[in-house]
Design a protein around this ligand. Sequence first.
Ligand code: ATP
Length: 455
Amino acid sequence: MSAEEQTDPQRMEKIVSLCKRRGFIFQSGEIYGGLNGVWDYGPLGAELKRNLKDYWWRVMVRERDDIVGLDGSILTHRAVLKASGHEDTFSDPMVDCRTCNARLRADQLPEKNGAPQCPSCGGKDLTEPRAFNLMFRTNMGASEDESSVAYLRPETAQSIFVQFKNVLDTARKKLPFGIAQIGKAFRNEINPRNYIFRSREFEQMELEYFCAPDDGMRLLDYWLEERLRFYENIGIPRTKLHVLTVPDADRAFYSKGTYDIEYEFPFGVQELEGVAYRTDYDLMAHQNASGKPLEYFDEETKAKFVPHVVEPSAGVDRTLLALICEAYDEETITDEKGKSETRTVMRFHPRMAPIKVGVFPLLKNKPELVAKAREAHALLKSHMMTFYDEAGAIGRRYRRQDEAGTPFCLTIDFETLGERGDELRDTVTLRYRDSMKQERVKIADLLTTLLPQVL
Ligand code: ATP
């Protein structure tokens, strides 16, 4: 069986259960029965998400001279999405099941004996497909008529195109240069599914990289490589990534080349990110509709033209799910007494791990141990996410951090207090999540030992 066809529903169930149990992800409005396709991130999920977005921003904006950031509004002028084509064509084909009234995405129906079937009731009496627009529409201001219609943005990209001239004039960049944005997007997906993979509210990390027309194809390949390297640097190995060259027939008519970067999820190989060479389609569309020039003047050649653009567009939530799926591991370990047990461990890259260090006093009823542990905690907590825990046996505390994916744990014990000689005074046990190996480290060296590993 090829990787594309392989699925592992059991593994997915375990991952979903761990995410709830440990506080990564909860269903939105759960106590009221839940809101379909909408999710809340718990304490660990919020940290993981922040680490992912911060790292993307760091490598895409802060560490580069040719990219600047934007934080555009979610509420979007109707004219923007009319000009971009979303109001007329941003839709999926939908059918109704005449037996159970379910509304279904026509291109994702299971088939039985060659005929499409309703996944809810198995019925085959389906309507003809019709276009269902995925945008969330709202009204702004006090009157609820056509003149007050606005949309929640279905992608972050449009505000980048619409603000292109303002950014160009204020940031004074020369081509090629990019504008990056991270933020929420909303799509009224007909059938949200696969946990957080296809949601109705999600976040995107998008770059619009503007260039001269003859540079587009080169930059398409450049950005594909950059983005693959990004995934490797957050702990998703290249062997689990697939690059799909989108065939001519499936590409948007304006795109001269598109790659989909896909990951081997337990529910199949699915898209994480699209990298597309969109030519000058978007800026041209807004220039034509607004009547405002969105051109670039090249000082050297004295040419004036509408730039072309290459767009790497990634989903925060999908990447987060890939990180979680990649990290999940179970192993059998045997203790000194020969007893075997299953250890569940989230092997996040330390850079992504929600908590970097667990800090434990060996015993909670020894004030000297607690004071020392608090001291070590205070030393670290303004530099990285830490977790102080004094409840329960030390082995249980390690296991809890294994499930949270914490790469390092520190235990403050009697050696730290100098009770086994001066040599070990002010040292702690540093325990590594993956190997479970332990070593003694001076409290004074903790920051220089740990910080480079988590950045
Ligand atoms: P799909 O074909 O899976 O619906 P798409 O090709 O329409 O996705 P794009 O419009 O290219 O997606 O959006 C860019 C990225 O935004 C996607 O690669 C994905 O990571 C993310 N994304 C899009 N729709 C959703 C969604 N409903 N839930 C979560 N992430 C999404």
